[in-house]
Design a binder for this molecule. Structure first.
Ligand code: GRF
Length: 213
């Protein structure tokens, strides 16, 4: 069975969805850069080992990342799962975990990389928004896409309402992507595109859930 380590900074709802999905993999540890991250408490309730590493205790980004990698590698992690980890990772860390570092981003990439995705989607007047699970590369929010899910945007949506609609989909697609990883079904082609072996009908309909228009 594969081992994963999850990195969180806050609420931890994606981490919770992953833990509750009872995937055929071992969550070896949850690491946070914030001692008060809600996600840590949820991890403990699930009996998962937790560790806090305060980035302020390190002189620069890379030394923090190297300390984190020492812990992750101590757990022999096959995959590092970013779930609301609010720190940019150093090129060293990204290279160390090439094809073994995965993230969820609250937009349909490549649209709306970076922060405040829901407010920006509303400001642009887009009619479809969503979320993306992708492998992490040096370029922020631009790595190979594993899976996406779309949601409609309605004229009277507030940022909070839209965020909640997207989050519901995040909680579907992140566990799904990790299940594929656990089952060894993800492939990365020469062009860098991610493929899924033996995709079934349900999996094909993941990107466009019932949009209730
Ligand atoms: C999610 O919206 C995720 O897409 C983004 O950060 C947020 C984390 O939420 N990367 P949570 O901590 O998983 O509840």
């Amino acid at each position: 069975m594969k081992n994963i380590v999850i990195l969180v900074s806050g609420r931890g709802s994606n981490m919770q969805a992953i833990l509750e999905a009872k995937l055929p993999l071992k969550v070896a540890a949850v690491i946070s850069n914030k001692a008060d991250a809600q996600g840590l408490e949820i991890a403990r309730q699930h009996g998962v080992a937790t560790q806090v590493l305060n980035h302020r205790d390190y002189p620069d980004r890379e030394s923090f990342d190297r300390a984190m990698a020492a812990i992750i590698d101590g757990h022999r992690a096959d995959l590092v799962v970013l779930a609301g980890f609010m720190r940019i990772l150093s090129p060293w860390f990204v290279a160390h975990y090439r094809n073994r570092l995965i993230n969820i981003h609250p937009s349909l990439l490549p649209s709306f990389t970076g922060l405040d995705t829901h407010a920006r989607a509303l400001a642009e007047g887009v009619k479809i928004h969503g979320c993306t699970v992708h492998f992490v590369t040096e370029e922020l929010d631009r790595g190979p896409i594993v899976v996406q899910a779309a949601v409609p945007v309605f004229p009277d949506d507030s940022e909070a309402v839209l965020a909640a609609r997207v989050l519901e989909q995040e909680h579907r697609i992140y566990p799904a992507a990790l299940r594929w990883f656990a089952e060894d079904r993800l492939t990365i082609g020469e062009n860098g595109a991610v493929g899924l072996k033996n995709q079934n009908k349900t999996e094909r309909s993941l990107p466009v859930p019932d949009m209730e228009l």
